[in-house]
Design a protein around this ligand. Structure first.
Ligand SMILES: Nc1ncnc2c1ncn2[C@@H]1O[C@H](COP(=O)(O)OP(=O)(O)OP(=O)(O)O)[C@@H](O)[C@H]1O
Length: 225
């Protein structure tokens, strides 16, 4: 994943607002990065640009060797599905689908005939073998987040983006979810980029990126790296 001189300017009633300014960032496969910074500093916007959910106004965004800037919406959607896994704070599961159906969804979309079996194996891997046929409302927050992680990682994406993945969870459930996320990321050698306000979680990543006012202010290696 590489960002070169990425700027994001969005129109508002009060005129254009500069959200990201000249952001340069590179992350290798197998690396984990924490994006930290005050509220409104542009962390989520940065994640959205990396995910191709928001188009950079200028600069270059590359994911798994693809330059996202020149792509059509359809091409972007294909690359997002194949190369990028996204985990949100609020789990975004489909309420009318079971854990298994939710986890299998990206694989079904990709036409994978083995979708159900792969999803079943993934749910076992995240410790939910006994909850496959439960609906999201019948699962705890930590269990729902584990389904969301299984779903995000089902197509073995090279880039995993997580926005406050433990934000809605208590400390102990949060740390189970984090261990799982890091474990899967390391086994798959994917790049993990997460936005967090949790210092402990940031220190568990390889690098910590500090954002302020739409810019990368500084970065350092994490203490535990
Ligand atoms: N669609 C939009 N239109 C205009 N301004 C926006 C839009 N989305 C975000 N912003 C502004 O961009 C800035 C960065 O927002 P962003 O959500 O990326 O910050 P953040 O660092 O993730 O904040 P938080 O920690 O509170 O989630 C904020 O000032 C926000 O008000």
């Amino acid at each position: 994943m590489a960002l070169e001189k990425v700027c994001l300017t969005l129109p508002t009633r009060a005129g254009p607002v500069s959200i990201l300014r000249d952001v340069d960032l590179k992350a290798r496969s197998g690396q984990s990065l924490a994006i930290v910074g005050p509220s409104g500093s542009g962390k989520t916007s940065l994640l959205m640009v990396m995910a191709g959910l928001e188009r950079a106004t200028s600069g270059k965004v590359s994911v798994a060797g693809h330059d996202l800037s020149g792509l059509s919406e359809d091409e972007l959607a294909l690359i997002r599905g194949a190369e990028i896994g996204i985990v949100f704070q609020s789990f975004h599961l489909v309420p009318t689908m079971t854990a298994l159906e939710n986890a299998a969804l990206p694989l079904e979309f990709a036409g994978d005939r083995d979708a159900q079996n792969t999803a079943r194996a993934l749910l076992e891997e995240v410790g939910l073998g006994h909850r496959m046929d439960h609906y999201p409302a019948q699962l705890s927050g930590g269990e729902q987040q584990r389904v969301a992680i299984a779903r995000a990682l089902s197509r073995k994406p090279k880039l995993v983006l997580a926005d406050e993945p433990t934000g809605n969870l208590d400390r102990s459930t949060g740390s189970t979810v984090v261990d799982l996320l890091f474990g899967l990321q390391q086994r798959r050698k994917s790049t993990l980029i997460l936005v967090t306000h949790d210092e402990k979680l940031a220190e568990a990543c390889d690098r910590i990126i500090y954002m302020a006012d739409g810019r990368i202010e500084r970065e350092r290696e994490a203490a535990l790296a």
